[in-house]
Design a protein around this ligand. Structure first.
Ligand code: LLP
Length: 438
């Protein structure tokens, strides 16, 4: 993972290597770029799997939510760890299949699925989440046409949410656009019953309570609500209970270092706490049930940093602006959700006086900032490197080419600590490739 080694002049380290050394070895790399600690990612997977083992005799399964970051290198690691994948589009599903995942280890979820992706899922045997009655009708139509059985879960909406979650990340309120409310399931049940074992098999239920959850009580509440759905005797194949993802990570864990002490700090449950809250509510489960969790953020977020160069400083009224070459096109979370990403130095400036800056990008939007009122060395100047932390989830996968900015390169270190490139930086030609010039 990433840490500051105090004995080492306060340099930022990735695993055993200082980021300063990695930058030197890349010899004046274009910035911004992303650095992956694949070790951190492997540790996060191990942590989940070890905790899930404790649910025995219930089988606990890990399904990585690919939307968080679909870099194919991550899928290789997940495959050797025997994880499942949750996908949300034909593109993600196809990538999962071509990475060699068993179709029965792939879940395809979505409130609006295309004809092509539904056919792909049924044809290959991927597990589909039925989101609504209309979704079920289309799935049945294609099952008949392909003369195959569709394997499905129903995405239910248990009407639970964590009050600390940004409105854009709430997914299970009564009026959410995802899933079907538990008290509105009957038409779906009826239609499945009419076609059960002929065109469709109902394997279980799915829900997702939202993202950046720090309240484990709603997790146990949800598990209890969902298990009641298994009491029905109408469906012989029921065995999967998928409670989605959503666990937050402690984005502010480094904040002490920069003495931003006024930052409010909510305690974030660990992966262990999270699985324990599930364990507490499954005592009475039939042992045949498989419990699936599908985290994205808590598997990958803390495994990446974004390295950016300072372009300059300026004063605008009362605000000291620090302009860097990274922006909302690589990390949109601050602009979109006022999300906190820690930002700090790469090189040793530990004895320097620190002052408050707004850290902003060059993109033509006032919403383009990476951090507000952050304590950083006063002497920062053009060319100095900074790290934006915890960009592994929903940064690369949500990046854009706004202002004709190329998406950044992504690097990791291999077992021998040699630099490995995981993704090339886009060129201007890449950006223009799909335009048709008359
Ligand atoms: N399962 C389902 C059905 C989901 O919709 C999601 C995320 C997950 C699992 C994984 O949730 P996680 O463990 O990563 O919280 N762009 C937002 C997050 C959107 C999450 C969408 N659904 C952000 O940057 O905070």
């Amino acid at each position: 993972g990433f840490y500051y080694e105090e004995g080492h002049d306060d340099l930022l380290f990735m695993d055993q290597t200082s980021v300063k050394l990695i930058i030197e070895r890349l010899s004046s790399p274009p910035t911004p770029f992303v650095l992956y600690s694949l070790n951190q990612f492997r540790q996060n997977i191990d942590k989940y799997q070890n905790e899930l083992h404790k649910l025995a005799p219930i089988r606990g399964r890990l399904s990585y939510s690919m939307k968080a970051n679909y870099n194919p290198r991550l899928l290789t690691i997940l495959k050797s760890a025997k994880a499942m994948l949750t996908t949300v589009s034909g593109g993600e599903m196809q990538l999962a299949l071509s990475a060699g995942f068993e179709p029965s280890s792939i879940i395809y979820n979505g409130n609006g699925k295309t004809d092509e992706s539904i056919q792909m899922a049924i044809d290959s045997g991927v597990l589909l989440n039925v989101d609504s009655l209309f979704d079920l009708e289309v799935i049945l139509h294609y099952a008949r046409q392909l003369n195959k059985i569709a394997n499905v879960l129903i995405r239910v909406n248990p009407n639970l949410s964590d009050s600390n979650v940004h409105a854009y990340n709430v997914t299970a309120s009564k009026t959410s656009k995802f899933g079907t409310n538990i008290d509105e399931l009957e038409p779906i049940y009826k239609l499945i019953e009419q076609n059960d074992d002929k065109w469709i098999r109902l394997f279980g239920f799915h829900c997702h309570l939202g993202s950046t959850i720090s309240n484990t009580q709603i997790i146990s509440g949800c598990v209890k609500k969902l298990i009641e759905l298994f009491n029905t005797k109408r469906f012989p194949h029921l065995r999967i209970l998928n409670i989605g993802g959503g666990l937050n990570i402690d984005y502010k864990r480094y904040a002490k270092r920069t003495k931003n002490d006024d930052e409010e700090h909510i305690a974030i449950p660990t992966i262990g706490d999270y699985i324990q809250s599930i364990k507490d509510s499954i005592e009475s489960f039939p042992h045949s049930i498989e419990l699936v969790v599908e985290p994205g953020r808590s598997l990958i977020a803390n495994s990446c940093v974004l390295i950016t160069r300072v372009l300059g400083q300026k004063q605008t009224g009362s605000i000291r602006q620090l302009i860097v070459d990274a922006s909302m096109t690589e990390c949109i979370r601050p602009a979109l959700y006022q999300a906190y990403h820690h930002i700090d130095t790469v090189n040793s400036l530990s004895t320097e006086e620190r002052i408050l800056f707004d850290i902003v990008g060059p993109v033509c939007e006032s919403g383009d900032f990476l951090g507000k009122q952050r304590c950083l060395p006063k002497i920062l100047k053009r060319g100095d490197f900074l790290a934006v932390f915890d960009v592994g989830a929903y940064c690369s996968s949500m990046s854009s080419n706004y202002n004709m900015r190329p998406r950044p390169a992504e690097y990791a270190l291999d077992e021998q600590e040699q630099i490995q490139i995981l993704k090339k930086r886009e060129t201007n030609e890449d950006l223009l490739r799909t335009y048709c010039v008359a």
